[in-house]
Write a protein that binds this ligand. Sequence first.
Ligand code: UT7
Length: 325
Amino acid sequence: MTGSRLLGTGSALPERVVTNADLARQIDTSDEWIVERTGIRQRYIAGEGETTATLATDAARAALADAGIAASDIDLIVLATATPDNTFPASATKVQHALGCGPCVAFDVAAVCSGFLYALATADSLLTTGMGKHALVIGAETFSRILDWDDRATCVLFGDGAGAAVLGAPDNANPASAGGPGLLASKLHADGAHHDLLYVDGGPSTTQTVGHLRMSGREVFRHAVTNLSSVLGEVLEQAGVEAEAIDWVVPHQANRRILDATAKKLGIPGEKVIVTVDRHANTSAASVPLALDTARRDGRIRPGDLVMFEAMGGGFTWGASLMRL
Ligand code: UT7
């Protein structure tokens, strides 16, 4: 059972923009290398007073305004993040308090770059089984705070930001399964065997430090294209939909080359893929909702469109969801 409907989206970015040229003044890199290998031209970096929870709150406020839903009508907040404000409590509870939501359910989901897909499927399951009428699903990150700024192979790739979606419980009078708006299918996967290819080398129960992000980029790239192509196929099959029917793909924005290679494998034309990696870089769990909000606000993604979301990240975790807007 599935079918929750998208009622609104919002996003938030830190004030400060850092270009490739800015980075090239601090570390041994160049705009040419970063653009050619990743498609990234700039990223937003959180400053003093900007945290995962403040960005998440701003994105959520914008999503509520877009949906025309009051904070007091939210029954559930699922916040996907790998960079919470504190080890506990969940940053979702900070967002709940800041928005004035009242005594709703609020928790974080840690699935790194696939976090928004995990949060979306979780919120959909809870709404579908009657836990509430409205959910806020948020992806928010401040990866700049776990980067090793001396490691040029990783620090140029990431940025900070947040994106949010308001979901409404399935409309039984006009269900997604009968052509109405709503989530049609979701698939999630994890494979802990690849922990060391993408991880943070610290944590409360190991080093008692926050740690820094470590990645074997080339291996992650290879797994990403394979895993994403296969999960997209699974979701299409589950929904009984052909790839040609998809209006838009909203992918996790890790690397322009991964977006192109995955679309090509599925035979989806590049014009149907929403790309924001050039402006936002890799914002982990925030990247899918940030890209979705960008494309809804600039008028590309419209009501009635069939939209595929997909992401892969540390764990490894990966997943995809198909939704009719
Ligand atoms: O969001 C989670 C999922 N993450 C991903 O999907 C990331 C997947 N991986 C990637 O996007 C790519 O592998 C990278 C963009 C990280 C790297 O691209 P690559 O084509 O795989 O390059 P590489 O790591 O094999 O490095 C090639 C060269 C190396 O030099 P040598 O050994 O060939 O002389 C690196 O030292 O590029 C060098 N290099 C750099 N040069 C300039 C690495 N980082 C930089 C840099 N500036 N920032």
